[in-house]
Ligand binder design. Structure first.
Ligand code: NAD
Length: 492
């Protein structure tokens, strides 16, 4: 803890002195307007840095820089692109410890999780780097009179808009495939967590990524974000964030016919049948909602438990929840840190009363927590006695907050699981594999884990149904979004 603190202090002193600027065409610049905003730490509300506040003029410069850099990046020998992106992964690995520390202070998420998230950022680059040489591959579809050859070409400069939860990992998850496909990027990071987004273009430059290939414009959604989605030079928007923001982006991008890819909110069920390995199910249920402060799109925020075991299973969960360690995010023993921002903290806290008013029971937690630094801490919370119609079972709370809803049988479990607007993930625990597969087939969600918690294998498709998203990321799915498919027909 002491070592983490000392290193973080050094990094923060540098950050405060330098401030956070945009990165456009290889240069770190202020906003044209000269405007800035202040970013603070959720641990103690201390000022971390003044951040350039971008608007349409800054977005225009960044989009022009991305357009200018596009042709040579697109035409670069893919083996060279592969080598450069591997170098990016090396550089990220070399800075992973600092990235993790900065991310903890910026977002409030516990070091034990953020250390892994920084390394995963490097993996994202390595994974897509290896696929760069095959990105343009297509099919041969001959007829008796013609040769047909399909190929893919990068779509052009693209916009990437990211949220504040695990900001470094998520940014790399969107930006790495875009660059591997041969696109150039304008990135608009979340205004509540701009710190590591300031680092990323510098790391890319250190690895030899040419200027203009990644441009970053900081600022708010309603000005910088909106301008990016409306810019005619930007051919597609990869967006991760709230469902309502996805709707706004779709409307904003309609005039320029933007291609969109949305990774949005969730209200994901973990379904536990009475024949499950209950010890493993318990560990997974705890991990999937109380890690990363519950500020995670794939978190299982609804626990559907079969009636016969509901009381005992809920009691065991409550006991574990009460034992979770809330504390300073840089302390290696901390499991839950402060929530990202005062507004989000107020939102999560409002669900303590909402649960009570709706007639549910707070079985554990249910209060703000007086943590070190006086920041936005809450007690990890478990709500029982809920029905699926209650707001705590329907709305994305996005905190360490789990709602238990009992069910009678398989059909009722499926009906409850699907009775929400969202459809990102589902988790099923049972020893009956036929039932597991039947339930998986019926669940309205893009990703299902059977007898396991969320483990990612990067070639597999990642994305949601219903209000949880449009499109899939991962493996070749990412390239399909960042590339146009073209058919070339030649008479025999
Ligand atoms: P948000 O939608 O408020 O903001 C996300 C980004 O969009 C920010 O950079 C913001 O500035 C920008 N933005 C806001 N309004 C905009 C507009 N009109 N035009 C263009 N850009 C705009 O989301 P958040 O609160 O930062 O993040 C939390 C949400 O993200 C949760 O709902 C969570 O489930 C979701 N999320 C989903 C996934 C997934 O993979 N499905 C992953 C992580 C987070």
């Amino acid at each position: 803890f002491a070592a983490h603190r000392a290193r973080a202090e050094t990094l923060l002193a540098r950050l405060k002195a330098e401030g956070i600027g945009h990165h456009i065409a290889g240069k770190r610049v202020a906003s044209d307007s000269g405007k800035t905003f202040t970013t603070t730490s959720p641990i103690d509300r201390s000022v971390l840095a003044e951040v350039a506040r971008g608007d349409a003029a800054d977005i225009d410069k960044a989009a022009q820089a991305a357009a200018k850099a596009f042709k040579s990046w697109r035409n670069l020998d893919p083996d060279k692109r592969r080598a450069i992106l591997h170098k990016v992964a090396d550089v990220i690995e070399a800075h992973a410890d600092d990235i993790a520390l900065l991310e903890c202070v910026d977002t409030g998420q516990a070091h034990r999780f953020m250390a892994k998230a920084a390394v995963r950022g490097a993996e994202n680059f390595r994974f897509f780097a290896d696929r760069a040489p095959q990105a343009r591959d297509g099919l041969s579809l001959p007829t008796k009179d013609h040769w047909n050859v399909t190929t893919r070409v990068p779509i052009g400069p693209v916009g990437v808009i990211t949220p504040w939860n695990t900001p470094f990992m998520l940014s790399t998850w969107k930006i790495a495939p875009a660059l591997a496909a041969g696109c150039t990027v304008v990135h608009k990071p979340a205004e509540w967590s701009p710190v590591t987004a300031d680092l990323l273009p510098r790391l890319l430059a250190e690895a030899g990524v040419p200027e203009g290939v990644l441009n970053t414009v900081h600022g708010f959604g309603e000005d910088a974000g909106k301008a990016l989605t409306q810019h005619p030079a930007i051919k597609a928007i990869g967006f991760v964030g709230e469902s309502s923001t996805g709707s706004a982006i779709m409307a904003q991008g309609s005039a320029t016919l933007k291609r969109v890819h949305f990774e949005l909110g969730g209200k994901n069920p973990v379904i536990v049948f009475d024949d499950a390995d209950l010890d493993r199910a318990l560990d997974a249920a705890i991990f999937m909602i109380y890690s990363l402060n519950g500020e995670r799109c794939t978190s299982s925020s609804r626990l559907l438990v079969q009636e016969g075991i509901a009381a005992e299973f809920s009691a065991r969960i409550a006991e574990r929840v009460r034992a979770l360690k809330v504390g300073h995010p840089l302390d290696p023993s901390t499991e839950i840190g402060p929530l990202i921002h005062e507004r989000h903290y107020s939102k999560v806290c409002s669900y303590f009363d909402i649960a009570r008013e709706d007639g549910a029971t707070i079985a554990a937690g249910g209060k703000p927590f007086a943590g070190p630094g006086g920041g936005f801490y809450v007690e990890p919370t478990l709500v029982t006695g809920a029905t699926n119609a209650m707001r705590v079972a329907q709305e994305e709370i996005f905190g360490p907050y789990l709602t238990v809803v009992p069910f009678k049988d398989e059909q009722e479990a499926i009906a409850i699981a699907n009775d929400v607007n969202y459809g990102l993930t589902g988790y099923v625990w049972t020893r009956d594999m036929e039932r597991a597969l039947r339930v998986a087939d019926e669940l309205e969600a893009g990703m299902i884990w059977l007898n396991s918690e969320n483990v990612r294998h990067l070639p597999t498709p990642f994305g949601g149904m219903k209000s949880s998203g449009i499109g899939r990321d991962g493996g070749d799915y990412s390239f399909d979004f960042y590339m146009e498919t073209k058919n070339i027909c030649l008479a025999k």
